[in-house]
Each structure stands twice: as structure tokens, then as C-alpha cells.
Design a protein around this ligand. Structure first.
Ligand SMILES: [Cu+2]
Length: 468
């Protein structure tokens, strides 16, 4: 994480210039244009420092995982934000970029943070090639501010700017996303988080407060643009449009009270699992849960369209895995159409298969863990612009994980506002699993079939062509 550079990648562009470049023949008068808040954008995909409020009511800001919060301006007591819907370039993880649609330079768009009772005005400029709208998911807004194009408003046509205005009535965790050509626009990455902080800064206080969205993409290896018609078979499972090892760790101090909020805008549910701690679900889509109504968990399932806030005391130092428990969701591309070959002796088969599939690569004979070793050794030729199935390297080797996976790093003695990666955990003596000497007979390599057995198989290459 690079907190020292907060602001460096964020550019404030004069709105007149943007309008001039984008829609030269705009009929908007200069007076009206000057009334709009300036556009703030970023090209960074790393976690940015929390945005402490300099105007308006006080609150304890969140940290957006691999994201940032949008600055605002106060205008006669109204908090004004400016979102720009536009094509963006998002690094999914080092080695892979995607052409997405998002807001203000990134997908997801910036987190919007307001305080319970705030009067909020959001200007939305559409720089997409088609119409859009924004729905403020979960918020009790006047019907005409709900952002369902056709139902509650006309769509925002390309080049046009709409204004939404409402009171942020209920504190909690919300999302924003289009309600116009949704299948396309959400598959392209148009979404963001919204936090309405409680007016009372002593209400359910935490030491560290993280937020991100669960999202997914289908980008063929070698290409850059998601396939927007995919319904279930996505190949990139992401936290805030990042796949492990591109997801930053969540760094916390020992004994911090930690909150992690996440909303699900994929097409399936995600059981989110934390190692080494018990947490409680303290917030849902509908608001905060009274302490007497909570129960302990180590995994919580998040259905499509839902938001969850979990809280725990980080009392167990270490590098703790935090991930979706669907194992296919902790994988990167190539994982889907590869046959299961555990127990098949491939040595003699490869020649035969190569007659059918010239670029077939023998793998998976003893499981797939070898993939992460191979990937990390960089001796597998991947197509351009894709990620190894599972990768990321820890202090003891390859981590065998991709996708919706990161770590919560619990450390003693961090500074109050220090979120920087402390590096790998140093295990105290006697607290690390290790190999032991033993007198068991040596294990023979288990083989379930030998090459004399006829093996019937179909091979599906990653690009989806099927050959027999
Ligand atoms: Cu999942």
C-alpha cells in the first residue's frame, strides 16, 4: 500500500476543460458549468489513505480496499459530489489490466462518505457511449431520486449531467450502481460503495473500518474487455475489481476493534471467511443489528445485492487468510475448463492428446498445487494479459490462491493511522507447524489408473473450444 502518495494520482481537472474536450458543442452555459463541483479522478488501484473530513460534520472515515473516497464541496450547507461515468483502465492484479466502465477514473468508483442527516447533492456526468443512471442501493430516498431509468427518471444520455439530491437519512453501508442497461453496465464494473456515518461519532465506534465490493468479470485470456453476456461462468472473482495477489492486506493493530463491510454485486453468493478470529455480523442492508441479536461466526454468506458489516477484536497476531470459501472463487482464469486428472498418469497420454490439442499441457496429475509453483517460477507461458490460476507468494512459498483472497495482518504496536504492509508475520518460537522425524514407511505415489487402461476423455481448452 502506498499511503504516502495519497493525492498524487488524483487529479483535479477544470470542469470547463473536460466539457470542452468531451462535448464541444455543449449547450450548457458557462455559468451553469461553473456551478458544478470540479471533477476529481484517480488512476491508482492501490488502497488510499482514509479521507478525514475537512468540512461538514465530523466522522471516522473508512478505508476502501484498493480504492478511495471522493472529496466533496459544501455549498450553502449541501454536500456536493461529482461522479463521472466513463470508460476506465483497471489493473486487476500486476500483469493484467481490464478495460472497464467505472466512475472518476476507476472501477469501482470512489466511495462516497456522508453523515446521517446530511443534505447531499450528486452530479452525475455521463461520458459513456450509451445512456446510464445511478441507483442509491439501500437508501430511503424520494422515489424520483431512486435512479431507475424509465421508471423514476429519464435515462442520462451520453454527454449529459443529471443532479440527484436527497437527505442521507439512515446510517449504514450502501452501494451505488446503474439501473440502466444493468447487465452490461454492472458486468463492465460500474458500482461503488456509499457510507452514511452516524451523527453521533460515539455510536458503535471501531478502530479500523474497511469497505469493499464483491464483483466478478469474464475476461478471456489475452483480451481486455469483459464478456458482458456471461451469466454465471465468470473467470475473475474480485474484491473491488482486484484479484489476489493484487488485493492489499487489511492491516490492523492487535486488540483493535475492526469492522469490514462488503456488498455483493456479482451473480452469485459468497461465503466470506476469516481465519483466527470470531466475528459478529453487526450490519446488514437494512441497518445496524442490536448487540443482543448478534451471534458469533467465522463465515458469513452474502447473497447477491446484500451488504454485510462484520466486527471483531483483532486479538490474535499473525497473517490471517480472509477469503470467499467457494474454492473456485479463489482462482484466477484457466480454472474452469481444465479436466480433472488427479490419479491419471499423464506421461504416456500427452503425446496422444497433443495430436488432438497441440498446445495441451500436462498438469493436475497429483492435484493442481503444482500450478502455483509453476506460475511462480514463471516457466509457464501465459497468454498476454491474464493471470496465473493461483499465485501470490508467502514467506514459505506459493500460496495456491487467486481471486477473492487477501489477508488481515494483525500486529502489535502499529501507529494509530498506519495501514502500511508490515511484511510477513514473524512466528514466535514453537508456534509454527513443522515437519517431524517419523518411522512410517515411505509413501508410494498413488496412481488410480495406469496407462494400460483406456482413458476416455474430452479436453476443453481455456478458450472454450471443445475437441475429442
Ligand atoms: Cu465467492
Amino acid at each position: 500500500m502506498d499511503f504516502s502518495k495519497f493525492g498524487k494520482g488524483i487529479t483535479r481537472r477544470n470542469f470547463l476543460k473536460v466539457i470542452g474536450a468531451g462535448i464541444a458543442a455543449s449547450t450548457v452555459s458557462k455559468v451553469a458549468m461553473a456551478a458544478l463541483p470540479e471533477i476529481v479522478t484517480t488512476e491508482q488501484s492501490s488502497t488510499q489513505a482514509p479521507l478525514h473530513p475537512s468540512t461538514g460534520r465530523p466522522y471516522n472515515p473508512v478505508v476502501t480496499l484498493n480504492g478511495w473516497s471522493l472529496p466533496w464541496r459544501m455549498n450553502n450547507g449541501v454536500k456536493e459530489f461529482h461522479l463521472v461515468a466513463e470508460p476506465v483502465l483497471r489493473e486487476i492484479a500486476p500483469g493484467m489490466k481490464a478495460h472497464l466502465w467505472g466512475y472518476n477514473g476507476q472501477s469501482p468508483g470512489p466511495t462516497i462518505e456522508v453523515v446521517e442527516g446530511d443534505r447531499v447533492r450528486i452530479f452525475v456526468t455521463n461520458r459513456l457511449p450509451e445512456h446510464t443512471s445511478i441507483h442509491w442501493h439501500g437508501q430511503p430516498v424520494p422515489n424520483g431520486m431512486d435512479g431507475v431509468s424509465g421508471l423514476t427518471q429519464p435515462p442520462i444520455q451520453p454527454g449529459k449531467t443529471f443532479m440527484y439530491e436527497f437527505a442521507a437519512k439512515r446510517p449504514g453501508t450502501f452501494m451505488y450502481h446503474p439501473h440502466a442497461d444493468e447487465m452490461v453496465q454492472m458486468a463492465m464494473g460500474m458500482m461503488g460503495s456509499w457510507i452514511t456515518h452516524p451523527k453521533n461519532t460515539k455510536f458503535m465506534p471501531v478502530d479500523r473500518d474497511f469497505v469493499f465490493l464483491l464483483n466478478s468479470y469474464d475476461v478471456d485470456p489475452g483480451s481486455y474487455t469483459p464478456k458482458i453476456n456471461t451469466m454465471l461462468d465468470f473467470n475473475l472473482w474480485t474484491f473491488n475489481s482486484r484479484a489476489f495477489p493484487g488485493i492489499d492486506p487489511m492491516v490492523v493493530r492487535k486488540n483493535d476493534r475492526v469492522r469490514i463491510r462488503f456488498g455483493n454485486l456479482t451473480m452469485t453468493n459468497h461465503p466470506i471467511h476469516l481465519h483466527g478470529h470470531e466475528f459478529e455480523v453487526t450490519g446488514t442492508d437494512g441497518g445496524w443489528i442490536p448487540a443482543t441479536a448478534r451471534w458469533p461466526e467465522v463465515t458469513t454468506d452474502v447473497a447477491v445485492g446484500q451488504m454485510r458489516a462484520i466486527e471483531f477484536i483483532a486479538n490474535n497476531p499473525g497473517d490471517w487468510a480472509f477469503h470467499c470459501h467457494k474454492s473456485h472463487h479463489t482462482m484466477n482464469p484457466m480454472g474452469h475448463d481444465v479436466p480433472t486428472l488427479i490419479g491419471v498418469r499423464q506421461k504416456d497420454l500427452v503425446g496422444k492428446i497433443n495430436n488432438l490439442v497441440p498446445d495441451y499441457m500436462a498438469m493436475g496429475e497429483t492435484g493442481m498445487a503444482e500450478m502455483s509453483e509453476m506460475s511462480s517460477m514463471m516457466d509457464v507461458q501465459l497468454p498476454e494479459n491474464t493471470l496465473p490460476m493461483m499465485t501470490g507468494t508467502g514467506q514459505y512459498g506459493a500460496i495456491d490462491m487467486g481471486g477473492m483472497f487477501t489477508t488481515v495482518k494483525v500486529r502489535v504496536g502499529l501507529a494509530r493511522n498506519d495501514y502500511s504492509d508490515p511484511g510477513p508475520y514473524k512466528h514466535p518460537p514453537g508456534s509454527l507447524a513443522k515437519e517431524v522425524e517419523n518411522d512410517l514407511p515411505p509413501v508410494e505415489r498413488p496412481v488410480m489408473m495406469d496407462s494400460n487402461t483406456d482413458v476416455e476423455m474430452s479436453v476443453r481448452k481455456p478458450m472454450g473450444h471443445m475437441e475429442h
